[in-house]
Design a protein around this ligand. Structure first.
Ligand SMILES: [Zn+2]
Length: 1107
């Protein structure tokens, strides 16, 4: 370095004098002067420190004071300990002083100081701290800083310093800042990366988190945020996204603990990450930053309380008796004052069970699924359990008159279904009395228009019209306010104004099983807990499958992220949020102001489910679903009406209290919408609709009461956006194609009309439900060809096929499949006739009418999943199961065990249609108990029916089938009918709610046409099954089964227990569909082994998979 010349044109101030002296000594560079130089420098520093005037003088433009000092420092590198603080004082004032220092060659000197200081053992902490603090400021101003630092070996000094001082908070920050500056040079960044700096950053945080929660408080999180912001501003060319990601990773780790989240919020972290992320959004390569930011923000988003007074169902139904234990008992024992919406204890809970990786949850699911495999061979071997005695079972004789009828005298055509109506002693007699005769009001098929009223208004006004007079309801606990109002002007309106008639669609030709008038008749006998007085238009008009294809929607990139950002904005800009309650079943008396600025909602009709609607922004609504009755959760099914909409404006709807950790809404499934205007225009269709659909964990906390005792859990949001086509339309939204109990009754009546002399059809009432609805039982077979002994004998000896459906109310697809089966069985074609001649069908098409009527998703009125009651059904609480099982037990007692049993279900998480069956061998193989499995002999016949289905039914996928028996399923229909009744071909048939990813319908969402087709194909498959077992084809059949057997052997043996995944269909596609915002794609699961902070809030315990 050239020795600078001191200019003294500004007079003789003391500092100038001292500088002159120092300059001279620099020039002479006599070793002995070192002490002197230090002395002089010390004096100068003192002056700078104490006199503002001196400081200004030293750093003034044109002053060479700094150069002199620097020169002095350079000369006295080894001894100039005191001098290091000089530049710091110079920099203290900010401004361009850093620039001056750099331009005078200060960087090199500082780096040399660093080098020399690092040689001390141990290095002076104070000195290192100071030097790094200065370098952090100097570095960004010096374009060559990176190179200089590398040449000087400063990189390693800093890195080593960091490594040795992981817990030294004071030192960490400046070192990290310097590190950032180093790595603005690409070569440095690479070299630092190789030296494990990124890992080091994580380690720093790791150490802090596990050793010292104090580390988090006050300074640490703000510092990290500052560094992140700093990087964000300076790394304009995005060369160091990985380092920025590393810093975010630190923040993410720190915010795993409650203290960290608080510090993050206190440091305005939400706003910082929100604004940086927003700026990163346009650059696709920065997505990992945005995703991690979003993850942190979501984690730190203060948990909100779900805006409901209780999470228990809004509808009350008092059970005749409460089970001694279990969730229902708990619910009844809970004192009324308990706040079940949130846990008080959550706030104090510092256990931090929070976990942000959805994938981990899924991993845990897999493990649990493996644990769930039944290993007790005794439970796998079909065996009769303690059954009811023949005496007890004799009550079912009446349902099997086909076994005794001789067809000699009875007039078969004149059979009256009402005569067979029985009242099972265990169920209350709910025969309608005169006092509660429901009366249909004005359900005429026309709309009248009032003067000055547009068609739209007329439509809307009239659309409350398909209403039943519910005022006379026997228990009268909830006279629907709406219908009261409507009743006043209802009939009078007929005489007023011009008549502009809108025709109800004439669907008779297209919908042979539908009849609006008949539907309303059926509704009158349907008992609902809320005493519904209205009929939803889609159920009244009927539904025709649209003619066009409905593709599984391709998810647009970044949708979930942008939705989440909109949610975060609620916190950033709270003033933009309306928070206006526009629909609330908990507060029906509270009149909702209709200011024309919001949508109107309604769900008070059969199968309806919507508890509350809150207008969040002008065109955005939060929706809350109602729990199943006598339960405080199980909500997924929704069905509600929306009106007062604008056309052409996108409305965003968020169902904010979803419970499952993942949903097919993330994989291309859309919601269903029915437009009344479209229906009137001749298109009465439920259509798949909605854009920007996604499903993600939200910031509404879920109380442990509803989460199986797990704390700190959140709900999930299912969001979709709809742009209405018509102004002032009335539209309905549903989770899946609605199929009400009244619809079933209507269909059954219409089926009756399809009967020909060849068809033996009998409809009985199996029993009454808790809610007073009757549970229909159908017997279908062919009439005997003659009354000869042989023919009657053939008739009676036909094997039974026993079918049930809709035990889970939310699985409406099961009803559509059942409709397909029933229609096929009543068909006139030769296949249908052969099928009827081959079997006697016993069918319970709706095992859970009460659940269906009351808009439940999973349970019956008893608040229990009826498909977990088959082992010990209670005649009072689970009458339909008790008696359906009774029928099977009766058959078993007669040695007439059905050939096939199948229970129709819907599956919310998988695509295609598939079956679950029961096989000892395949179960044992999954558990790796090799020794015993070879001894087992099992007929492979259980695979035949699904195999046939996979060949003839386009939606059916053999690959999705499973024949493993799980412990958690031991009380399901499938397993109990297999084990206790001894039906080898006992199945659950699961139909997707979403669509298919194989076969003819690959890429399409499933519709009612495909579901009905599936039901018909099931029948065809049964006929083929029959033929395969007939003597003529036995050779072919055995061949068929052998080949199949080989296939099973290989596929099963190759399947290790760890690959056994039943419930989850999609986890491997998570990233592809941008589910990654839920997880950190770069996180190594090994990173925090055994870390207590990383307790997972696994979903597994709380899952309610469909089966
Ligand atoms: Zn189910």
């Amino acid at each position: 370095m050239n020795k600078p010349k001191m200019t003294t044109e500004k007079g003789n101030s003391r500092v100038v004098m001292l500088l002159g002296q120092l300059e001279r000594m620099n020039g002479e560079a006599v070793p002995g002067d070192a002490e002197m130089a230090r002395h002089v420098t010390g004096k100068i520093l003192h002056l700078i420190q104490t006199q503002e005037k001196t400081k200004k003088e030293m750093t003034a433009k044109g002053s060479s004071g700094m150069e002199v000092i620097l020169a002095a420092l350079e000369v006295n590198l080894t001894t100039g300990r005191l001098a290091f603080c000089f530049p710091r004082y110079c920099l203290a004032g900010g401004g361009n002083r850093v620039g001056v220092l750099v331009s005078k060659g200060g960087t090199a000197i500082l780096l040399q100081l660093l080098l020399s200081a690092s040689k001390d053992v141990p290095p002076s902490e104070e000195l290192m701290l100071q030097l790094h603090s200065i370098l952090a400021k100097v570095g960004p101003k010096d374009k060559k800083f990176g190179v200089k630092a590398r040449v000087n070996g400063a990189l390693n000094i800093t890195v080593n310093l960091l490594k040795q001082n992981l817990q030294n908070q004071k030192l960490l920050l400046p070192c990290l800042q310097v590190l950032r500056v180093y790595s603005s040079n690409t070569v440095n960044a690479v070299s630092l990366g190789k030296n494990g700096v990124v890992e080091l950053l994580f380690k720093i945080i790791g150490v802090c988190v596990s050793n010292s929660r104090r580390a988090v408080d006050r300074t640490y999180v703000p510092a990290l945020l500052t560094i992140y912001q700093d990087w964000h501003r300076n790394d304009t060319r995005h060369r160091h996204a990985h380092i920025r990601k590393g810093i975010l990773g630190c923040i993410r780790n720190v915010t795993n603990i409650k203290l960290g989240r608080k510090a993050f919020l206190d440091a305005d972290g939400m706003r910082i990450l929100y604004s940086t992320s927003t700026e990163c959004l346009p650059v696709r390569t920065l997505d990992p930053l945005v995703n991690t930011s979003s993850l942190i923000m979501r984690k730190c988003f203060p948990k909100n309380r779900l805006p409901v007074p209780t999470i228990k169902s809004v509808f009350q139904y008092r059970l005749p008796h409460v089970p001694a234990e279990g969730p229902v008992a708990q619910l009844y024992r809970q004192p009324p004052e308990v706040d079940d919406v949130v846990d008080e204890s959550d706030d104090n809970d510092d256990a931090d069970t929070e976990n942000d990786t959805e994938n981990e949850e899924d991993d845990r699911d897999c493990c649990l699924q493996n644990d769930d495999i039944e290993t007790d061979l005794n439970k796998l071997r079909p065996g009769e359990q303690a059954s009811r005695t023949m005496e007890e079972l004799r009550m079912y004789e009446r349902f099997f008159s086909e076994l005794s009828e001789d067809f000699q005298v009875q007039d078969l055509e004149g059979w009256d279904p009402s005569l067979s109506r029985i009242v099972v002693p265990t169920a209350p007699d709910m025969t309608p009395s005169d006092s509660n005769l429901v009366q249909l009001e004005c359900a005429d098929r026309a709309l009248d228009q009032r003067p000055g009223e547009g068609l739209e208004q007329a439509l809307v006004r009239e659309l409350g019209r398909v209403a039943l007079d519910g005022g006379a309801a026997p228990n009268g606990q909830r006279p629907a306010a709406e219908s009261e109002v409507e009743r006043e002007d209802d009939c009078s309106s007929h005489s007023s104004g011009d008549q502009a008639v809108l025709e109800v669609p004439d669907t008779a030709a297209l919908l042979p099983l539908h009849d609006p008038e008949l539907y309303v008749e059926m509704v009158k006998d349907t008992r609902s807990v809320p005493q519904y007085s209205e009929v939803a238009y889609p159920d009244y008009f009927g539904h025709i499958a649209p003619t066009y294809r409905e593709h599984i929607v391709e998810r647009l990139y970044g949708v979930q992220r942008s939705k989440i950002f909109q949610d975060i904005e609620r916190m950033i800009h709270p003033n933009d949020i309306l928070d206006k309650v526009v629909y609330d079943l908990d507060l029906q008396s509270c009149p909702v102001v209709d200011d024309g600025e919001c949508l109107k909602f309604n769900s008070l009709f059969e199968s309806g489910n919507l508890r509350k609607a809150v207008q969040v922004r002008k065109f955005e609504y939060d929706l809350i679903l109602n729990s199943d009755i006598n339960s405080n959760h199980y909500h997924q099914w929704f069905y509600f009406e929306v009106s007062s909409m604008r056309a052409g404006t996108p409305y965003r709807f968020n169902i904010i209290n979803c419970e499952k950790s993942n949903s097919q809404f993330n994989y291309g499934m859309q919601v269903l919408m029915y437009s009344v205007r479209e229906a009137i225009n001749g298109r009465p269709c439920w259509v798949r609709t909605g854009t920007d659909i996604c499903y993600y964990k939200n910031h509404f906390s879920r109380s442990s009461i509803a989460a199986g005792g797990q704390k700190g859990k959140s709900y999930y949001t299912m969001t979709f956006t709809v742009t209405f086509q018509h102004k002032d339309d009335v539209c309905y939204f549903a989770y899946h194609y609605p199929y009400t109990y009244s619809t079933l009754k209507m269909h059954l009546q219409k089926l009756e009309a399809l009967r020909t002399p060849q068809i033996y059809l009998r409809q009985d009432v199996l029993c009454e439900t808790l809610g007073g609805n009757s549970c229909p039982l159908l017997t279908i077979t062919a009439m005997p060809q003659s009354t000869s002994n042989d023919q009657i004998c053939q008739f009676r000896n036909r094997p039974y096929v026993f079918l049930t459906a809709r035990v889970h109310p939310g699985e409406t697809n099961a009803s559509w499949v059942m409709k397909g089966t029933l229609e096929f069985l009543m068909g006139t074609g030769p296949v249908a006739q052969s099928l009827r001649e081959a079997y006697i069908f016993k069918i319970v098409p709706m095992l859970n009418p009460d659940g269906v009527v009351n808009g439940n998703h999973r349970c019956s009125l008893s608040g229990e999943d009826l498909n977990r009651q088959w082992q010990r059904p209670n005649p009072d609480l689970h009458p339909t199961i008790f008696h359906a099982k009774g029928l099977l037990q009766y058959l078993s007692a007669l040695q007439r065990v059905p050939l096939v049993y199948c229970d129709y279900h819907g599956h919310s998480r998988k695509k295609n249609v598939f079956m679950y069956g029961c096989s000892i061998k395949e179960t044992v193989w999954q558990t790796d108990v090799n020794a015993t499995s070879s001894d087992l002999h099992e007929d492979l016949g259980y695979r035949t029916l699904p195999k046939i289905l996979s060949q003839i039914a386009p939606a059916f996928s053999m690959a999705s089938c499973s024949f493993v028996v799980e412990k958690s399923k031991e009380s399901t229909a499938r397993v109990v009918v297999w084990r206790e009744i001894g039906v080898q071909k006992s199945y659950t048939m699961e139909s997707t709610l979403c669509g298919c990813d194989q076969g003819k319908y690959k890429g399409l969402q499933i519709g009612t046409r495909e579901l009905e087709e599936m039901g018909a194909q099931f029948c065809v498959a049964l006929l083929r099954l029959k033929r395969l077992s007939s003597p003529l084809e036995v050779r072919h059949a055995s061949h068929f089964l052998e080949a199949e057997g080989d296939l099973i052997e290989t596929s099963c043996r190759n399947t290790s227990s760890t690959t056994y995944v039943l419930k989850e269909d999609e986890p491997s596609f998570m990233e592809e569909v941008d589910y990654s915002a839920e997880s950190d794609e770069e996180t190594d699961p090994q990173e925090n082994p055994g870390d207590e902070e990383h307790l997972s809030d696994s979903e597994a315990v709380q899952q309610h998979p469909f089966t």
